[in-house]
Structures are given as structure tokens and as C-alpha cells.
Design a protein around this ligand. Structure first.
Ligand code: NAI
Ligand code: MG
Length: 490
């Protein structure tokens, strides 16, 4: 039987080396690491693994480009034009980018095509438009003086991104950095380096000066840590696990780098009995199962009010029974494999814990097939606040449904977590909605919707879910330093 793959054009993997100072080079010690297709467990490519020496070369290239290159001195409008040119090339090669993302990460091709690639382009274009609109203020001060501020690029930025949205996270990091006139060294996740390398190629073809963009794949505790410690880096922007952020904070302390963190969550999604269930249930489903459950904002604590609890659980179970899990290259597929063996094992461990702790496993609970890291969409009902599946970030297709009865109880329980990334409320009562919007300790609150993002809307976490914001004007501000200039006119 012909497989779906026979009819698809497989992209050529053109770049597997480090991109430093505008040149492709192997690692200084020649080392490589395999990047795996999680749907087949096959090696897609051997990729150069950046050493401390390579990180040093990349930071020097970025530093030279920042201090002496054309980039920070170029007209801001021309920087924006280059960013738009990069987006034009992404549009021309969008199918190739989508395929690479799906092969490397395992996400369904329909998501790569309709969300990851267009979302990355939209983010970069949003910030391209900002390049010539970054300005300071004139400030009335005492005496006959002129005081004004300039917003200058923060300098050389080290960017460390995860594997769940490789291209989108790259765009969230490159957009504000490039618009502000910074130069950068990106370390993609070891699970998913391929689209970042392709982007380096596109940036070079778009005409970015050498050294502005450097991409150094490698492991976290070696390659990533070298970037964090390097004294030539002014700022670290990180997305990933809070435990990694704690290490980064410690390692960056001696050089007092600026830092922004976008970390995980255990986001409450609250459905009141007066909600429009026809909208709330599909959104709650998507809120957790989208991207194999590998979203920092996954609505993984679904609180449902007593009166509609059983109905909501039943409708979610129906969704799961018809959810298409399988080959991510098949355009019909809704759920692909987890990104790697480690994540697969973590998810299966939490499923076992849920069963042991007495939650009711309504659907799923098992591996799918024998090859690839596929997990059945798993639904636990009768989950209580103290269970591990209600407290820890699972990062997989495992939804916990909890019961609640009244408004004050739910506000307290929803906030009873050290995370604070996102939250959602479903109700037809506008007072209840805004009461909770104010009360919930989370960087994003959705009312009667879920997973809504926009490049213009600031995104980030309260508490252990992060420091600083990405996207919007606030995201840009984290890539600039304010300089105050005072002239004596007297
Ligand atoms: P991680 O935080 O270890 O990895 C994210 C990035 O940090 C990768 O590029 C990695 O190479 C790098 N890194 C790791 N250790 C480092 C170090 N010591 N210094 C510098 N860079 C370092 O996350 P991991 O291990 O891939 O996933 C573990 C869990 O973290 C997941 O199960 C999930 O719960 C959470 N996570 C949350 C994400 C989010 O979007 N907030 C994304 C990825 C993971
Ligand atoms: Mg890790």
C-alpha cells in the first residue's frame, strides 16, 4: 500500500553545521549529535554540537557585529526592511519550514502549516514594523537644561529556546532583538535544531550582515551553559523549565546579565455551569491536547462546576474517542508523538501516578503502537487538588478534571500553585468573569476563549512562570537600555 509519504516531497536537510559570523562550520572538536524523528525514532540528521570554544567564537562574532558592524548604525527603517525580506523568504519556503518542523518535532503538519510557520512570520513582521518606532522622551528637569532619553539596543543577546514551538520561539526571540538593533547567538533545543539552522540560511540570503545572527546547536548543560556564563553576552532570554531557569540565574549572576524567562505552568481553566458548553468544551479540549499537550499554557487543571461536571467529562471523552492520533505528516492527524523518549517516559509516569492516586481514567492511559512516542489522549476525572497530576506540569496529552462549587472557593484553588502563566474563565456572567480576571494570579487570563495569542499582546508569567514579558511593546523594552542625556543650556 502506498504510504502518505510517497506523495509528499520530503525536504532536503541542507544545514547541520554551526552558523557563526556568516559561515557554516563544524564543531571545534568535530562532535555531532543525532536529531530524531519522534514519529519513527529514526535519525534525521547528525548536527554539529557547539563547544565552549564555538560559543566563544559566536559571541565574538556577535560582539564584533554589534561594536563595529553596519547593523546597529544602519537606518532603523532598513533594519525593518531586512526583517521583512526574511519573512518574504519564509513565505517562499513555508512548506519546507513546515515539513522540517514536523519531522523534527513530531507536531501535526496541519499545525506546522497553519500555526507555527504563519505565526513566526506574523511575529517577525510585527517587530519589523517596530524597528523605526523605538524612541525616547524629552523630560522637563530642573534648571535650564535639556534632558532626553535614548533607547539603545541592550547589546549581544544569548537566546535559549525549547523544542515545543521551535520556529515560533525563535521568532519571539529574534523579532524584538533584531528590531532593537541587538546581535544574537541562538541555541536551539537539542531535540529540534533543524528549522533554526534553516532560518540562519534564510537570514543570510535576506542579506543580514555577518555576525548579527549566529546559531549554535548543542546540549543545555554544555553549549547552553557556556552561553549563559560568557562575559561577552549582555542578556539571556530563555524559555523552558523553571529548574533550568534557576540554574541560569545562578550561572549568570557573576556577569549580572539582563534576563527574561518564560517558564512553565499548571494553568487553571474554569468552566461555570452558566457557560456556553458548546464553546467551552471544544476549547477546553484544545486547551490541553493541542501540540500533544506540550504547551507552557496548557489548560491542565480543568475546574468544572458541580452541576455540569458529568456532562463536561462525557463530552470531553467523546472528543478523545474521535481524536486522530498518528502520522504527523498526514494532514488529517490531530495529535502526533511526544517530542522524545524522555518526555514520553515522563508522561507515562504521570499517567501511572494518576491511576495509583485514585483518579478515574476515563479515556486513554496507554502508549499508541510500538514505534514512535505516541500517547493516547488521556482524561482523568475526579481529580483532587493534592494529586500529582493536579500539581505538576506533565507536558503531555493528560487532562485532569476537578470539581468545584462556588466562586470564592475556585479563586483560591485556582491560585494554589507556584505557577502563574495563564488561566481561563467560562461564564455568561460578566461580573463573575471580571471578578476572576482580577483575582487570578496569572500573566494571561482568557474569558470565554483559550490559546489566543497575538504578537501585540504581552505574554509571560507571574510567580515561578517567568520574569519579564515577551511580545508587544513590553517584549521589545527588554531588548533596550535607556540612556538619559542632559545638556546644560545655561
Ligand atoms: P529545559 O528547560 O531543560 O530545556 C529548554 C532549553 O534550555 C533547551 O534549549 C536546553 O538545551 C536548554 N538548557 C537545558 N539546561 C541548560 C543549562 N544548564 N544552561 C543553559 N541552557 C540549558 O527543558 P526540557 O528538559 O527540554 O524539558 C523538561 C520539562 O520542562 C518539560 O517536561 C516541561 O515540563 C518543561 N518545559 C517547558 C517549556 C515551556 O514552554 N515553558 C518548554 C520545554 C520544556
Ligand atoms: Mg532539561
Amino acid at each position: 500500500m502506498a504510504s502518505i509519504h510517497d506523495t509528499m516531497l520530503m525536504p532536503e536537510i541542507r544545514h547541520t553545521e554551526l552558523f557563526i559570523g556568516g559561515r557554516w562550520t563544524p564543531a571545534s572538536n568535530g562532535k555531532t549529535f543525532p536529531t530524531i524523528n519522534p514519529a519513527t525514532e529514526e535519525v534525521l540528521a547528525e548536527v554539529a554540537e557547539g563547544t565552549e570554544e564555538d560559543i566563544d567564537s559566536a559571541v565574538r562574532a556577535a560582539r564584533d557585529a554589534f561594536e563595529d558592524g553596519p547593523w546597529p548604525r544602519m537606518d532603523a527603517r532598513d533594519r525593518g526592511r531586512l526583517m521583512h525580506r526574511l519573512c518574504d523568504l519564509m513565505e517562499e519556503e513555508s512548506e519546507e519550514l513546515a515539513m522540517l518542523e514536523t519531522l523534527d518535532n513530531g507536531k501535526p503538519i496541519r499545525d506546522s502549516r497553519t500555526l507555527d510557520v504563519p505565526g513566526a512570520i506574523e511575529t517577525l513582521r510585527y517587530y519589523a514594523g517596530y524597528a523605526d518606532k523605538i524612541h525616547g522622551q524629552t523630560i522637563p528637569v530642573r534648571g535650564n537644561r535639556l534632558t532626553y532619553t535614548r533607547r539603545e539596543p541592550v547589546g549581544v543577546v544569548g537566546q535559549i529556546i525549547p523544542w515545543n514551538f521551535p520556529l515560533l520561539m525563535l521568532a519571539w526571540k529574534w523579532g524584538p532583538a533584531l528590531a532593537a538593533g541587538c546581535t544574537l547567538v541562538l541555541k536551539p533545543a537539542e531535540q529540534t535544531p533543524l528549522t533554526a539552522l534553516h532560518m540562519a540560511d534564510l537570514a543570510q540570503r535576506a542579506g543580514f550582515p555577518d555576525g548579527v545572527i549566529n546559531v549554535v546547536p548543542g546540549d543545555g548543560p554544555t553549549t547552553g551553559a557556556a552561553l549563559v556564563r560568557h562575559p561577552g553576552v549582555d542578556k539571556i532570554a530563555f524559555t523552558g523549565e523553571y529548574k533550568t531557569a534557576q540554574i541560569i540565574m545562578r550561572e549568570a549572576a557573576p556577569t549580572l546579565k539582563r534576563m527574561t524567562f518564560e517558564l512553565g505552568g499548571k494553568s487553571p481553566n474554569i468552566i461555570f455551569s452558566d457557560a456556553d458548553l458548546d464553546a467551552a468544551v471544544p476549547a477546553a479540549h484544545h486547551g490541553l491536547y493541542f501540540n500533544q499537550g506540550q504547551c507552557c499554557t496548557a489548560g491542565s487543571r480543568l475546574f468544572v462546576q458541580d452541576r455540569v461536571y458529568d456532562a463536561v467529562v462525557e463530552r470531553l471523552a467523546e472528543h478523545n474517542r474521535s481524536y486522530k492520533v498518528g502520522d504527523p505528516l498526514d494532514p488529517q492527524t490531530q495529535q502526533g508523538p511526544q517530542v522524545d523518549k524522555a518526555q514520553f517516559d515522563k508522561v507515562m509516569h504521570y499517567i501511572d501516578l494518576g491511576k495509583e492516586e485514585g483518579a478515574q481514567c476515563v479515556t486513554g492511559g496507554n502508549r499508541v503502537g510500538q514505534c514512535g512516542y505516541f500517547v493516547e489522549p488521556t482524561l482523568f476525572a475526579e481529580v483532587t487538588d493534592r494529586m500529582a497530576i493536579a500539581k505538576d506540569e506533565i507536558f503531555g496529552p493528560v487532562l485532569s478534571v476537578l470539581r468545584f462549587s462556588d466562586l470564592d472557593e475556585i479563586a483560591r484553588r485556582a491560585n494554589n500553585t507556584f505557577y502563574g502563566l495563564a488561566a481561563a474563565v467560562w461564564t455568561r456572567d460578566i461580573r463573575k468573569a471580571h471578578y476572576l480576571a482580577n483575582k487570578l494570579r496569572a500573566g494571561t487570563v482568557w474569558i470565554n476563549c483559550y490559546h489566543v495569542y497575538d504578537p501585540a499582546a504581552p505574554f509571560g508569567g507571574f510567580k515561578m512562570s517567568g520574569i519579564g514579558r515577551e511580545l508587544g511593546e513590553e517584549g521589545l523594552a527588554h531588548y533596550t537600555e535607556t540612556k538619559t542625556v542632559t545638556v546644560d543650556l545655561g
